[in-house]
Design a protein around this ligand. Sequence first.
Ligand code: GLN
Length: 534
Amino acid sequence: MKYIFVTGGVVSSLGKGLTAGALGALLEMRGFSVRIQKFDPYLNVDPGTMSPFQHGEVYVLDDGAETDLDLGHYERFTSGSLSRANSLTSGKVYEAVIAKERRGDYLGKTVQVIPHVTNEIKERIHKGGEGVDVLITEIGGTTGDIEGLPFLEALRQFQLDLGRENVLFIHCTLVPYIKAAGELKTKPSQQSVAKLREIGIQPDILVCRTEHPITAEMRQKLSLYCNVPAKAVVECRDVEDSIYELPLALAGENLDELVIQRLSLPAKPRDLHIWEDVVRKLKHPSHQVRIGVVGKYIELQDAYKSVYESIIHGGIANDCGVEIVRIDSEDLEKHGINQLQGLDGILVPGGFGDRGIEGKIMAVRYARENRIPYYGLCLGMQVAVIEFARHVCSLADANSTEFDPNTKNPVIDIMEEQKKVTEKGGTMRLGAYECLLQPGSHAFAAYGTDHIMERHRHRFEFNGKYREQFEKAGLRIGGTNPKTGLVEIVEVIDHPWFVGVQYHPEFKSKPTKPHPLFAAFIKAALKGKKIRAA
Ligand code: GLN
């Protein structure tokens, strides 16, 4: 078992998570089982309660863990699925240490960062990697952050415990270009590596984010000052079109080979055809569609990360390029639905709170009435139910009790079961639940099976009380939870493709294995476009 740690220096947002993901992909292609995990130095116990403005998307795992969006990159780049054990924050570490102290586990000793906090972190590294050949752990934040110190100290000890031959350090850094001087600068990298060495960590590989090629001379300089062999200075330039080019770009720099040699891993020859295939389809698609995503956090790059990625995967499945048009639902409320014209498909993603809800309902109505393929995820399914209730079932003030607690027609409501969960302290239905699909539904056709597992993150549910009324009016129940009977999928029958799902399929799509519903949605969008053109 081998361990790789990925740290970052100089600035945040260097794409450390993507580097970790792409390295994972490369190592899988060389025949190893790989797991990737994230340690975040902030004090929140998990990112579940953080605002999208602070943190981007909350990524949900099968076991219901609410994690950093980098775990989404890890799952998309590698084949395994991750668990609660693969996401750690300082908050969680201290929570565990303090609980042990209160229980008396430390036998009256003074509880300290070294060894108690660092031991807790080291234990989590061992646990996170159980059962795989290689564990890659990304450390969030930037070297020099106060919060990060206990983690880095734990990593230093970890290498001492297991030996240099089993533990490798990759440091991601920025090599900025100063226009006035017309040159790349190595000083920030020198200083961030110096910070690491102060703690006792010597990086083995330097991954340099840069906008310009790194010359041989620069490589020598980075090598000399950072104490890394020149061949282990890896250039990481911005990829042209897609993050999925990164495995190929890093293979071009021999990153996998460097890791394999340094850790003496018994590797298969390199075979990258799976990723070459993905990139070819992304760069030279035969078709093209425009998909509108109507949400509340549209201006934020990362709030719907997995949704955007999954749409692109749906394109890959259909040899189809996708232009994603981001539409602010409040804009629709203010300026009307003109923006929706010319779209081949409309998607409403998940969300919380009532801001922008009426705009989303306008988008649903537009898609339904104009027979444009519609795909609703979680909240996007709930607004579809509300729209159908109001305009097809004539339930005038139909709403979700989340947005109007006094609605006369609570078509979306908190169910009895969920109230019990809420009383126990949990507030949401989280993680993987079963769903039984209705033969004849779009969902059944897409999945090609009648039994699926999908990830959830929500409080409110389709109100079963209205089920018959909806079905009579032309809303098909495409899938239900076989244990609770809760409605998981709704579909408008008199429509080319209109599917709302109570779960989050975007957490289970990979470029190498596009999610069936995203693939079906893009297929329907493409078909509609061709019909309109004819
Ligand atoms: N706010 C809705 C609920 O809690 C939808 C949640 C979501 O879209 N993730 O049920």
